[in-house]
Design a protein around this ligand. Structure first.
Ligand code: SF4
Ligand code: SF4
Length: 80
């Protein structure tokens, strides 16, 4: 049985040059990773890696990356 710490971890990278703070990711994320007040805030610890934010961000400002046990970014599962 998989333990909680065996679950993959994900990091969210938001390109501040592209983000228009439209709030769509806040609305779409099922895990409430994003919050928006003056700035867009991200709590990656909550992320399940579903990828919805990447799909729905109209400005391609979000990247979801899988984080390995040693903390390196591995990119998302893209089926390759
Ligand atoms: S959906 Fe994209 S542009 Fe809109 S607030 Fe989120 S990251 Fe920024
Ligand atoms: S990948 Fe899914 S859970 Fe993670 S921040 Fe994006 S919408 Fe939320």
């Amino acid at each position: 049985m998989a333990k909680a710490r065996d679950r993959p971890k994900f990091g969210i990278i938001v390109d501040g040059r592209l983000c228009k703070k439209c709030g769509i990711c806040v609305y779409i994320c099922p895990k409430n990773v994003f919050s928006l007040s003056r700035n867009l805030r991200v709590n990656s610890d909550l992320c399940s890696g579903c990828g919805q934010c990447e799909i729905f961000c109209p400005d391609f400002a979000v990247e979801v990356v899988r984080i390995s046990e040693n903390g390196d970014h591995e990119g998302t599962d893209s089926g390759e």
